[in-house]
Design a binder for this molecule. Structure first.
Ligand SMILES: *Cc1c(COP(=O)(O)O)cnc(C)c1O
Length: 235
């Protein structure tokens, strides 16, 4: 089997092990394969193994790959920062958007979703590391934003997404994921019916699963190192 295949199987096994370790059902965590900066051929390889959910950060790059992969039964997730002038193609060409962090973006996605399309599945991106440079709403603003999204007919709020500050300290990873989980719980208590915690990447997904992640977003551990710079680049 090729490299992507071996890595993908190893990640699937580690996710299952992490879930069991946390006393959770192995199928309660799904793997979003983050294919940014990798070609359509890499997506095809993962698809052949059974992977169906792919995450992309950069709009133009994603649209080109979607064009190339037409006809495959892929669920596309937009996970990158959103500029307001890009909301229309994002709303039209993706099934999920994980990175909604303000009302204006939610409104624009709602308005742009096609009349014949089902509701766009969305997560609110929360910032739990308190770094000014990171996107995401504060814990304090998450409830107001969730209340706002609930009024929008073409959006369906599924939960929260977070990208905690990178650290190799598993305890620090865990406490950041727990902070996301706390916001999730407070939204549930205020009447929102959520089922998604999108957290955990190549370096820290076991800690995220420990704290309740239902979607882990794994890129380099499946597809290898990225060549293009990818940090907080506008779409
Ligand atoms: C790039 C990216 C990932 C995947 O990161 P890896 O470290 O390659 O697993 C996950 N989530 C978001 C939002 C990303 O931008």
């Amino acid at each position: 089997m090729d490299t992507i295949g071996k890595r993908w199987q190893a990640i699937k096994a580690r996710i299952e092990a992490a879930a069991l370790d946390a006393g959770r059902a192995p199928d309660s965590v799904s793997l979003l394969a983050v294919s940014k900066a990798h070609p359509a051929s890499a997506i095809r390889e993962a698809y052949a193994l059974g992977q169906r959910q792919f995450g992309e950060n950069y709009l133009q790059e994603a649209l080109a790959k979607q064009e190339e992969l037409q006809g495959l039964d892929i669920e596309w997730h937009f996970i990158g920062p959103i500029q307001s002038n890009k909301t229309q193609p994002i709303a039209r060409h993706f099934d999920w958007v994980h990175s909604v962090d303000r009302a204006k973006i939610a409104d624009r996605l709602n308005a742009a979703r096609g009349p014949g399309q089902p509701a766009l599945q969305v997560c609110i991106q929360v910032n739990v590391s308190g770094e000014d440079s990171k996107s995401g709403t504060s814990a304090a603003d998450a409830i107001a934003l969730a209340d706002h999204i609930r009024q929008l007919p073409k959006l369906r709020l599924r939960g929260l997404m977070a990208i905690p500050a990178p650290t190799h300290d598993p305890q620090e990873q865990q406490s950041q994921f727990r902070a996301v989980r706390d916001i999730y719980d407070s939204l549930q208590s205020s009447g929102h019916h959520l089922d998604t915690l999108s957290m955990g990447m190549s370096e820290d997904f076991p800690a995220a699963v420990q704290e309740g992640a239902t979607i882990v977003r794994v890129g380099s551990a499946i597809f290898g190192a990225r060549i293009k710079p990818t940090t907080d680049q506008p779409t």
